[in-house]
Design a protein around this ligand. Structure first.
Ligand code: CP
Length: 339
């Protein structure tokens, strides 16, 4: 594969890539899905190593990146903070500058995940990724951090292109808060709001009062909608947003007060969220939509965020989207890391 114009580019949020660049990833991912083990792809990262640096646990992201590296002929190495001697607020150790420069001498790219209880305030994970990006000579890829989850967003859009067609303009997304026992970060839903609106979808974000997302992300989503002549609204009614929806994305997220006193108040967040029992996506609500697809980045908090009937029903595309993580990440790695 010839060196791409995207070679060396970081992926921290899809908003920082042009629409043409994002479509290039999706088209290559779709080709890679069709012809998964073709010799065209199996040596793209031959002899190369991708570092996966996880502060938090993962199922799909770790597995799909590891498989992606293998299928491109390379290798993915799992790293976690306890296996390194990094400087922190409380301990002496290696600086990000030194770590990033050294890791760049070994690997063709570095993925980083940092969110939830591994940060002391919203924005800290994003700052860490950008600090690595400042010093590294290889691409820094977000594997989900407190603000964004670009690989998930691209996997979602790949799923929607398959099920709704490549032109998503005018299709309505309901991105609805859901009660749940996990106090989830804003990364997946913020990425979805930004990315779906880039593809011309009408966006309704529904949540109880007090669950606002990052105002900067909302502002950028509104602007994306305006530029694409798409509609944007925020609703606080549990059912209203379902009307006419083509896609329902039901996900728990933490409140803006989740980080206080330098820590995530997880138990308090869960206790607060579990009071909103009516905020579960179920068949009755789905009937208000336009035979909507159900989408979710997983892991799904079944019985809280969504009923089993919807999550495992005929309109659910959760497994397709999870599979797409592999294909979009292969495409991202091929375009940004292969010489
Ligand atoms: N969607 C997602 O990132 O899943 P994991 O947390 O299991 O990696």
């Amino acid at each position: 594969m010839p060196k791409s114009e995207l070679f060396g580019k970081d992926l921290i949020c899809t908003q920082e890539w042009s629409k043409e660049e994002l479509v290039k990833v999706l088209e290559l991912a779709e080709e890679m899905q069709k012809d998964r083990f073709s010799p065209k792809y199996t040596s793209i990262l031959k002899d190369k190593t991708f570092f996966m640096f996880f502060y938090n646990p993962s199922v799909r992201t770790r597995q799909s990146f590891e498989c992606a590296a293998t299928e491109l002929g390379g290798h993915a190495q799992f790293l976690e903070p306890k296996a390194m001697r990094l400087k922190t607020k409380k301990t002496a150790g290696e600086t990000v500058e030194d770590a990033a420069k050294i890791m760049s001498r070994y690997a063709c790219g570095i993925g980083i995940r940092m969110l939830e209880d591994k940060i002391t305030r919203y924005g800290e994970g994003d700052e860490l990724l950008r600090e690595y990006a400042k010093w590294a000579d290889v691409p820094i890829i977000s594997m989900a951090h407190d603000k964004y989850h670009p690989c998930q967003g691209l996997a979602d859009i790949m799923g929607l292109r398959k099920h709704l067609g490549k032109d998503l303009k005018g299709k309505k997304l309901l991105l609805t808060w859901a009660h749940g026992a996990l106090a989830r970060s804003w990364c997946s839903v913020q990425e979805a709001a930004l990315l779906y609106s880039r593809f011309g979808m009408d966006v309704t974000i529904a949540h109880p009062e007090g669950y606002d997302l990052d105002p900067e992300v909302i502002k950028a989503t509104k602007k994306n909608c305006e530029e694409n002549r798409a509609k944007f609204e925020i609703a606080h009614d549990v059912k209203e947003g379902y009307k006419g929806a083509d896609v329902v994305y039901s996900r728990n997220w933490m409140s803006p007060e989740a980080y206080r006193g330098g820590e995530l108040r997880k138990e308090e967040e869960i206790e607060r969220a579990l009071k909103y029992t009516e905020w579960t996506c179920d068949s009755e609500k789905m009937k208000l939509g336009n035979n909507p697809l159900f989408i979710h980045p997983m892991p799904v908090d079944r019985g809280h965020e969504v009923t089993d009937e919807v999550a495992s029903g005929p309109r659910s595309i959760i497994y397709d989207v999870a599979e797409n993580r592999l294909h979009v990440q292969k495409a991202i790695m091929a375009l940004t890391m292969a010489k």
